[in-house]
Ligand binder design. Structure first.
Ligand SMILES: Nc1ncnc2c1ncn2[C@@H]1O[C@H](COP(=O)(O)OP(=O)(O)O)[C@@H](O)[C@H]1O
Ligand SMILES: [Mg+2]
Length: 381
């Protein structure tokens, strides 16, 4: 099966598109990457997404409009993926959508909303579309997140971990006995981005250059580290409902802007390093936009007393900027075969749910024969 995965994370910086060809023989699932693209968001659409995010108030009319506009944007991105990565031939599009709300209360997820109406993607490509992948896990009592660990667990060996530094940083760790632990650590780039935008009018701190000119304010860092989220037990998930630009206002801190960036970068490094060290992983494969920030990377290693090695998922054959899009392609392959994609041990669900809602394309919906299992391992290449 040829599957196109489309992902836009909490940074809403770009629409990531990855295409893969899956071949299942016996106990082996082979994922052949066909390539990936990052399609820039139209600035007006991005601004409309940002304006609708909590704690801002919005209207049902605006939500409807955003759903349609995002659907058209994802449709255009998927059509580019189909033409440029797949020679016009694919079987399924998997669209994560743009998360606008993840409803968590009392440590439980009760609902989640990703916008990007799949009918537009089906119309733009003619292909069937799998969307809304998180809700089935929530309906099974889970957090609906994280969903990428199914790919991490299929690639990593015991003693290894995967770290994704997107708007939110998350990890997947495989213990010596094979137990999988995965959860959202905290603000990967979210707060640094918010401060870069507010004080410098920039989308992010390129290479960590602004933070590098500042000094960490230890008192502010201590206050930031007191955030209760970091001490919640896993499974746990978070998002911009918590780490939004207003989070910085609430600090009521009026120092120098470079120092704020330095302190927020150190906060991300400290929380990430503590999480990784806590899992006892010796080798960590990193992905996500934060990988392109050398200051953040070096601070993670220093904060972790160099107890782990920080490598990149590219070494596993999965490009750092497209790992999540490939993971969603894998989730599509699993659903198409009637197989669960969520790992209950990481989402906290009572059972392993088959994920997503299917929208037919322009030809009759045809799914492969259901499989009983798939072995849980992926060979890339
Ligand atoms: N060259 C870079 N220097 C510093 N940070 C970067 C760079 N490139 C990307 N980033 C960071 O990565 C973020 C995007 O990462 P991404 O993995 O796409 O996150 P998400 O999944 O939340 O969209 C940007 O907002 C920025 O903070
Ligand atoms: Mg992104």
């Amino acid at each position: 099966m040829r599957i196109i995965g489309i992902m836009s994370g909490t940074s809403h910086d770009a629409i990531d598109v990855a295409a893969a060809e899956f071949t299942h023989t016996g106990a082996e699932l082979r994922l052949k990457p066909l390539g990936d693209l990052a399609v820039e968001y139209d600035p007006d659409l991005r601004a409309a997404v940002v304006a609708a995010l909590p704690p801002a108030k919005t209207t049902i009319g605006d939500v409807c409009e955003l759903d349609a506009r995002l659907g058209r944007a994802f449709g255009a991105a998927a059509a580019r993926g189909l033409a440029e990565l797949c020679d016009g031939r694919a079987d399924l599009v998997v669209s994560h959508g743009q998360t606008v709300f993840h409803w968590v209360a009392d440590g439980r997820a009760h609902g989640t909303l990703q916008l990007g109406q799949p009918a537009w993607i089906a119309a733009a490509t003619g292909l069937a579309v799998l969307s809304d992948l998180r809700s089935a896990d929530i309906a099974a009592g889970g957090q609906g997140a994280p969903l990428v660990p199914v790919l991490d667990a299929a690639l990593l060996a015991p003693g290894q971990a995967a770290l994704n530094i997107g708007g939110i940083a998350n990890l997947t760790a495989i213990a010596a006995d094979g137990t999988v632990t995965a959860y959202d650590i905290g603000p990967g780039n979210a707060l640094v981005d918010a401060a870069a935008r507010r004080h410098f009018g920039l989308a992010y701190d390129e290479g960590g250059a602004l933070a590098a000119r500042g000094t960490v304010d230890e008192a502010l860092l201590d206050r930031l580290l007191a955030e209760p989220y970091y001490r919640l037990p896993a499974p746990k998930s978070t998002g911009k409902e918590l780490f939004h630009p207003g989070y910085l206002d609430a600090l009521d801190w009026h120092g120098e802007a470079h120092d704020l960036l330095a302190t927020l970068t150190e906060l991300s490094a400290a929380t990430i390093a503590e999480a990784l060290a806590g899992q006892g992983a010796a080798v960590v494969f990193a992905s996500g936009g934060g990988v392109h920030n050398p200051l953040l990377r070096s601070r993670i290693l220093v904060r972790g007393d160099r107890r782990f090695e920080l490598r990149e998922t590219g070494e596993l054959g999965v490009p750092v900027d497209a790992k999540e899009a490939y993971a969603f392609a894998l989730l599509g392959w699993l659903t198409a075969h009637g197989l669960p994609g969520a790992l209950p041990e990481v989402t906290g669900a009572s059972r392993a749910a088959v994920l997503g809602s299917l929208t037919p394309g322009t030809t009759p919906l045809r799914l492969p024969e259901p499989l009983e299992g798939w072995g849980g391992r992926v060979v890339v290449g």
